[in-house]
Ligand binder design. Structure first.
Ligand SMILES: [Zn+2]
Length: 213
């Protein structure tokens, strides 16, 4: 087990399950597709159209400084019924920052997203790099944040190919899974219609974190 996985397991054991989510399988037919690192000027609009065509909903873990640059895309994601959530303002690694820096970064993002859409949004946080430290975890969960991880990693950041990204997820989804993708890779966007089709062919629907939990 990697150190990161070990920390996650320890944290999940030590703290209430409500504070940490990583795609627990259930007998239902909902899965959650998540996109990190957006919004993205090249891909977001296309991703939204593909999701609409498939009648699928997703969760977008947005980077605050990108949201700040593309508020129209944030409103478009939110307006189409997808969940927008927190991926930090400057994509900082909790292992390389002080607890105070992480709190400021996450709170600044939450405020920016809520300001852009003009509404409160659920305090769902996906830590950049999946990095968790006991101090940052305690501080953020005390402020009402829930850590949202994933159960299926498309590894789109490593494959750099639509075919390989599809192959990494095809045949794997079951009810309750959370699938990890990234919004800033063109090959992920190319693979997405095929991924949604494959999920649908297995009798599963793509819903958001809000609806699933
Ligand atoms: Zn990220």
């Amino acid at each position: 087990m990697s150190l990161g996985a070990h920390i996650k397991k320890s944290v999940a054991w030590l703290f209430p399950s409500a504070a940490i989510v990583h795609g627990k399988r259930h007998s239902g037919n909902s899965v959650e597709i998540t996109f990190d690192d957006g919004p993205d000027a090249s891909n977001t609009a296309r991703i939204l159209d593909i999701l609409s065509a498939a009648e699928a909903h997703a969760t977008f873990f947005l980077v605050g400084n990108k949201a700040h640059r593309h508020p129209g895309l944030v409103r478009e994601i939110h307006g189409r019924g997808h969940q927008i959530a927190n991926h930090g303002f400057a994509h900082r690694n909790a292992r390389l920052c002080s607890v105070k820096e992480i709190i400021e970064d996450v709170e600044r993002t939450q405020a920016a997203l809520e300001d852009i859409v003009g509404a409160a949004i659920q305090r769902d946080f996906r830590p950049p790099y999946g990095a968790v430290t006991p101090g940052s975890f305690l501080a953020l969960t005390r402020r009402g944040y829930r850590y949202v991880f994933w159960s299926i990693d498309s590894r789109d950041y490593a494959t750099q190919s639509a075919d390989a990204t599809l192959a990494n997820v095809a045949g794997r989804s079951r009810g309750g899974d959370i699938l990890l993708f990234h919004e800033d890779y063109a090959h992920t966007t190319v693979a997405l219609p095929f991924i949604l089709d494959e999920i649908s062919s297995r009798g599963l629907i793509c819903d958001t974190a809000n609806a699933l939990r």
